[in-house]
Design a protein around this ligand. Structure first.
Ligand SMILES: Nc1ncnc2c1ncn2[C@@H]1O[C@H](COP(=O)(O)OP(=O)(O)OP(=O)(O)O)[C@@H](O)[C@H]1O
Length: 246
C-alpha cells in the first residue's frame, strides 16, 4: 500500500496549488493488520479541498488518499492551516470546494460517526471525575456499537493514567489532562482519528505510550491524520506539509 496524492492525470504535481506544498507522500504496507480481520479496508479520500477562514482562503487544492492501517502527519508553520484542515475533515468547518469521503465505513456510516476529533481543548468537565468524563464520552460516542471499544479503566491504563480514575478532572496536571483526553479515543472505537497536536504537555513516557496506542489503532485497520510540530513516534507515517504563513 502506498500513500499517493490524488491528482488528475497529466496535471502538474502540486504546481497549481498556490498555498500548499506536499512533501514525502510515501507509505509502506502496515505489517501488523491481523490476517483474520475480514472487515473491509477503509479509505479516506480527500479531493481538491478548499477552505476559508474569516473570508480568506487558507487551503486550496488539498488532495490525498489514506488507507486503513496508515497514518498521515500534517506539518507546517504556525498559521499554515493544519487545524483548519483537521476541522474541515471533521465537518466542523464548511468547505469552499472539494470532497471528503471515507469509503468502506458502511452504507449508513456518516463520516462524522466514524471519526474522533481531538482538538487543542480537552473537552472534559473539571468538576467530574476522570471516570465520569470518560463514561459520558463513551456513551455519547457509541461505545456499545463496536467491540473494539475499551473499558474506561483499560483506556486509562493505556495512557498511563490508571491511578487517576476517581480524581476530579480539574485537579489533574496539564499533561495528565491531555492523557485523559487521549483516553477518550479509546473508550468508543471509531476508525478515523483526527488529532490536533496530540502530544501537547506529554512527557516522554506518555508519548511512548500514546505512540503504542496509535500503532495498535493502525494495526486494527484504523486511520490517523495528526497535525503536529513534533515527531509522533510513527516511523511509517506519511507526511503532508502545508506551506504558508508563520
Ligand atoms: N476563527 C478564525 N477566523 C479567521 N481566521 C482564522 C480563524 N482561525 C484561524 N484563522 C486563520 O487561518 C489560518 C490557518 O490557521 P490554523 O489554525 O489552521 O493554522 P495552524 O497551521 O493550525 O497553526 P498553528 O501551528 O499555530 O496551530 C491562519 O492564518 C489564521 O489566522
Amino acid at each position: 500500500m502506498r500513500l499517493t496524492p490524488c491528482r488528475r492525470p497529466g496535471s502538474a504535481p502540486y504546481g497549481a496549488l498556490p498555498r500548499l506544498s506536499l512533501l514525502a507522500l510515501r507509505m509502506e504496507t502496515h505489517p501488523h493488520r491481523p490476517h483474520a480481520d475480514l472487515r473491509p479496508v477503509l479509505r479516506l479520500r480527500v479531493e481538491n479541498l478548499a477552505v476559508a477562514r474569516g473570508g480568506r482562503p487558507v487551503l486550496e487544492g488539498v488532495s490525498f488518499a489514506l488507507s486503513g492501517g496508515a497514518a498521515l502527519v500534517v506539518t507546517g508553520r504556525n498559521g499554515a492551516g493544519k487545524s483548519t484542515l483537521l476541522r474541515a475533515l471533521a465537518g466542523l468547518l464548511p468547505r469552499m470546494g472539494g470532497t471528503v469521503s471515507l469509503e468502506g465505513a458502511g452504507e449508513d456510516a456518516e463520516l462524522a460517526q466514524s471519526t474522533h476529533y481531538l482538538a487543542h481543548a480537552d473537552g472534559m468537565k473539571a468538576a467530574l471525575t476522570v471516570e465520569e468524563n470518560l463514561d459520558f464520552w463513551g456513551n455519547y460516542l457509541g461505545k456499545a456499537e463496536d467491540p473494539r471499544s475499551r473499558p474506561v479503566a483499560a483506556a486509562l491504563a493505556m495512557v498511563g493514567l490508571g491511578h487517576a480514575l476517581r480524581a476530579p478532572f480539574g485537579a489533574l496536571s496539564a499533561g495528565q489532562k491531555r492523557r485523559a483526553a487521549l483516553a477518550r479515543l479509546l473508550v468508543a472505537y471509531r476508525p478515523l482519528w483526527l488529532l490536533d497536536e496530540p502530544l501537547t504537555a506529554l512527557d516522554r513516557g506518555s508519548r511512548e505510550k500514546f505512540a503504542a496506542a496509535m500503532r495498535e489503532h493502525c494495526a486494527l485497520g484504523g486511520l490517523i491524520v495528526a497535525a503536529t510540530h513534533e515527531p509522533l513516534g510513527l516511523e511509517e507515517a506519511g507526511e503532508l506539509a502545508l506551506g504558508a504563513p508563520q
